[in-house]
Design a protein around this ligand. Sequence first.
Ligand SMILES: NC(=O)c1ccc[n+]([C@@H]2O[C@H](COP(=O)([O-])OP(=O)(O)OC[C@H]3O[C@@H](n4cnc5c(N)ncnc54)[C@H](OP(=O)(O)O)[C@@H]3O)[C@@H](O)[C@H]2O)c1
Length: 381
Amino acid sequence: MRKLVILGSTGSIGVNALNVVRHLKDKFNVIGLSAYSNVRLLKEQINEFKPEFVCVGDEKRAEELHRYCGKKVKIFYGNEGLKALASLKPADIVLIAVVGAAGLYPLISAIESGKRIALANKESLVIAGDVITKLFKKHTSAEIIPVDSEHSAIFQCIKNESHRDISRLFITGSGGPFFRKKISPDKITPVQALAHPSWSMGKKITIDSATMMNKGFEVIEAHHLFGIPFDRIKLVIHPQSIVHSMVEFCDGSVLGLLSVPDMRLAIQYGLTYPERYPTKIKLLDLTKINKLEFYQPDYKKFPCLQLALEAARIGGTMPAVLNAVNEVAVHNFLKNKIKFSIIPKVIEKIMKTHKVIKNPVPGEIFEIDTWARRKAEELVC
Ligand SMILES: NC(=O)c1ccc[n+]([C@@H]2O[C@H](COP(=O)([O-])OP(=O)(O)OC[C@H]3O[C@@H](n4cnc5c(N)ncnc54)[C@H](OP(=O)(O)O)[C@@H]3O)[C@@H](O)[C@H]2O)c1
């Protein structure tokens, strides 16, 4: 039985991860769970999976849980709590599925503790990819198994290959809800932007998919996970979401991973690697799909994509600014406080004023993150 910690267990990835655990119940023992504010769902999960350790967003919620669980469960809170759960001695696998920059705290802690990390949180690699790469060089027993479907696909395509034989990575994306539509970004509502054509995900990543910031993040994520330069990572729009990404090798051969779009597949592989087990997901029938299309991305229509690639090119602390301002802007768009069209404008404006630190340490990244959030709040309020 693998001892499993799931950080972000009340989110879309977390809930699906627990579905995987239900499906493979003789393979996993859940010893840790975390939520931010959804204490109601967390209580249900505690009742069912009986973890010894849990974490919530703040002290008040921790006290509420303490009253509910008594002494049977050790309760933590905040970023320190996430770090504690990520470094639990008995844990064999830590799934990091919290959303946003908060994922960086447990990621660093899990690496320093030499853990196997099933990584869904992409923002941590966007904001601190170089720091994470350096940490891995120091803590060689730690490892990441990607859970993001595109990166899981690439990971599976290259695991038996030599790194020097990889020519290019092709990251595929559905194009989001507006790919085929003529849009007036000023008029897009949260309901329209949340209507993703192929994936059911948390709200933040769904908006990132509508602006295509998500694909920009995935390029940065792939660069840090696989050590491939940015100019050899290509984005391809693939509306059917069947090919989850591809790798081209030096002889011109291309390997890809195909399946129906269902996150449980990448989550299960991330938790059971290197073993595979049957799943309950629908099997792929290509004769019913008939066609698989591939297009160039439209950088003019989706300025966030351009901004993400620009931040990646500049490097240093710029991707942290990109991410922090994006988180604030998306949050305010979801609350109907700013228009969809304002998201890239705020990001661009703050990126222009930022003085980049080339090789930041984690403390500087957290400082810049706070600075960028404050600037963004000032601009959108
Ligand atoms: N959903 C997908 O299919 C998918 C696919 C690929 C990659 N990812 C990545 O996986 C991560 C999670 O995505 P998701 O869609 O599952 O998000 P989600 O549904 O919004 O869930 C986020 C989880 O993180 C918790 N959380 C929120 N803010 C937090 C904070 N400040 N500190 C600690 N925990 C916090 C939430 O707790 P509460 O429920 O209590 O708020 C929830 O458990 C993201 O980085 C996303 O980009 C997701």
